[in-house]
Design a protein around this ligand. Structure first.
Ligand code: ARG
Length: 589
């Protein structure tokens, strides 16, 4: 569907050209002063320079030419040369009706669906998921859903950190705790047990203990490095332990991501990229891109026009070890081979920006990725505590995601218990749904690159700019629709959206028109916050409409039925936004 803005431009074209002005000057925006007008065209200002006339004269001429337009109920030229527009309510209603009849609510799906890889999540196996991983999961999941809604073929990959020093640390800590395990018997030649030598809660204890030990015990650290090296060189007993670590952790990770309403198509990790590394290095050398520098192998990435100096990308350390960048480049080789992506999107902490600039540039320079394939790095800011510093537990440690979520759910539980609106058997689930929306909304309502402050009490409030507030509006609509069904039963007729008769009704209709356009820009700009902010605007428009109009007690059945159509569409738009942002709404609140 064409957007309302496009349609207004089309309507203005004959007026501009009829007065002798080029149509390219026509630009229409939603007005940010709804008290003055609904839409604004600034074309006369732009044309004034080219035609050496006063903007107001051009605006007046154009306005005069639009006389008789069925689209506008009001169109005026105002100083210094703006054209202020209000839509004819009949025109708006029929447009909104088309949105209601459209399967995608007015969104124009991509003409050429792309294959898109989204790399987010990025948990490190055997280390607890912490709040830093929360943002990647929340933002990435939403980008995945928006991209799919646009009609693209999207492959989401959690890209686990599963090949680093943490593995050696765990192996050596296990060695100290259970020296008699067969994995540590060099003479053992039998099969390795299929049962893991630890449970998830033991594993959760092993890593932090090993990590702490390595900081004070240099010999232990050295052993862990050795073990990591042996694992990476394919030493069978350690590989068997690694498999156990993977199996036990993956089950737990899947549960944790599941609780966040986050899912992945691929559960690959750095380990999967390892087989591609030798070929990568050879290729970089053959192409003359990689050269030795202080024993390490590096690729220059500086480009003409760079505003700052970019250090070369190290692809092999002087001790022969591969690095993070090597593993990411190798992963790209694998992805190219398996999927030929048309676009890459990485959702990672913005402090990793340089790493991704290096990786992307090497990938393009080496021809691993085509020059015109977009490689997008969406770097997000930090979630901070109220003191402005990085978010911590009360004891000053790193907050585990599980605990953070549990804490929010408990607070929400208390709140809904007080309000007494939720049936007893829905309480726990409702607290989870509301708690998750509180957390996700707080994250997604800000531009991803910005830091934000974690403030549970504000996030879970049912009023203001929060996820629960929007859920509350949806629950309110659900309740009205149910009561309406009880009231009118079989008599209820489905009628089209009617021409608005009040400002609040019109404002709600205007908000509903914008779903497609906003979702498209959220995709093209990789900016889910735009959709999140839009969702809040729709909820606010509904609230204002609801406060001003009696719906259930309306006596005029036709008018009431039209209201019902309008709020039914409102609910569909809100539900769709919620879903695209990875949230749900409960039945009662
Ligand atoms: N595991 C990494 C970390 O915790 C994030 C991985 C991001 N994705 C990637 N392809 N490098 O920092």
């Amino acid at each position: 569907m064409k957007t309302i803005l496009d349609l207004i431009v089309e309507e203005l074209k004959p007026a501009f050209t009829g007065c002798g002005y080029d149509e390219k000057y026509i630009r229409v925006t939603v007005s940010n002063r709804p008290d003055l007008c609904e839409y604004q065209c600034n074309g006369a200002m732009a044309a004034a320079k080219a035609y050496k006339k006063k903007p107001i004269d051009i605006a007046n001429e154009v306005v005069e030419k639009t006389a008789g337009s069925k689209m506008f109920s009001e169109i005026n030229a105002v100083m210094p040369g703006f054209i202020n527009i209000r839509l004819n309510p009949c025109y708006l209603a029929s447009y909104v009706q088309q949105v209601a009849e459209d399967e995608k609510l007015g969104l124009n799906a991509a003409e050429k669906p792309e294959t898109i890889i989204i790399d987010y999540g990025g948990a490190n196996v055997a280390k607890p998921l912490h709040v830093g991983h929360l943002r990647s999961a929340v933002i990435g999941e939403s980008i995945k859903r928006i991209s799919r809604y646009m009609g693209h073929h999207v492959i989401s990959d959690v890209h686990l950190g599963d090949w680093g020093l943490q593995m050696g640390l765990i192996i050596e800590e296990l060695h100290d705790r259970q020296p008699d395990l067969v994995y540590f018997d060099p003479d053992y030649t039998g099969e390795y047990p299929s049962e893991p030598p630890f449970t998830i809660s033991e594993l959760e204890d092993i890593y932090p203990a090993a990590s702490a030990k390595s900081k004070v015990d240099a010999a232990f650290r050295e052993r862990a490095q050795q073990a990591t090296f042996k694992l990476q060189s394919g030493y069978a007993p350690f590989h068997a332990i690694w498999k156990h670590i993977m199996n036990v952790s993956l089950k737990d990770l899947k549960k944790n991501y599941g609780n966040l309403n986050v899912s992945f198509d691929l559960w690959k990790g750095e380990s999967d990229a390892q087989p591609y590394i030798p070929g990568l290095i050879e290729d970089l050398q053959k192409k003359g891109l990689a050269y030795e520098s202080d024993g390490a192998l590096v690729v220059d990435i500086a480009q003409e026009g760079d505003a700052k100096e970019y250090p070369p990308c190290i692809v092999r350390k002087s001790d022969g070890a591969a690095l993070y960048a090597t593993s990411d480049l190798a992963t790209i080789i694998e992805r190219e081979q398996d999927f030929h992506p048309d676009r890459y999107i990485y959702v990672v902490d913005k402090r990793q920006e340089l790493h991704f600039i290096q990786v992307f540039r090497v990938a393009k320079k080496a021809g691993i990725v085509k020059e015109d394939t977009p490689m997008i790095f969406l770097g997000f800011g930090t979630m901070n505590g109220k003191d402005g510093g990085p978010f911590k537990t009360r004891e000053g440690g790193v907050m585990r995601l599980e605990h953070l979520i549990k804490n929010i759910d408990e607070k929400v539980y208390e709140k809904i218990q007080e309000k007494q609106k939720v049936p007893a058997d829905e309480m726990t689930r409702t607290a989870e749904i509301v708690g998750l929306a509180a957390l996700k909304y707080a994250d997604l309502s800000n531009q991803a690159t910005k830091d934000y402050i974690f403030d549970v009490d504000r996030f879970i409030s049912f009023e203001g700019n929060t996820g629960p507030h929007i859920q509350y509006m949806i629950v309110r609509i659900k309740s009205i629709l149910e009561k309406y069904k009880e009231l009118r039963g079989a008599d209820a007729k489905v009628v089209p959206i009617r021409p608005a008769e009040s400002e609040t009704e019109k404002a709600l209709q205007m908000a509903l028109c914008r779903f497609g356009e906003v979702t498209e820009s959220a995709f093209y700009e990789t900016a889910p916050h735009k959709l999140c902010q839009y969702m809040a605007a729709v909820a606010d428009a509904f609230n204002a409409f609801y406060l001003e109009n009696k719906i259930l007690s309306e006596e005029d059945a036709a008018k009431q039925a039209a209201f019902i159509s309008l709020i039914t569409l409102t609910k569909r738009v809100l539900d769709t936004c919620m879903d695209l942002l990875g949230m749900e709404s409960p039945e009662h609140m």
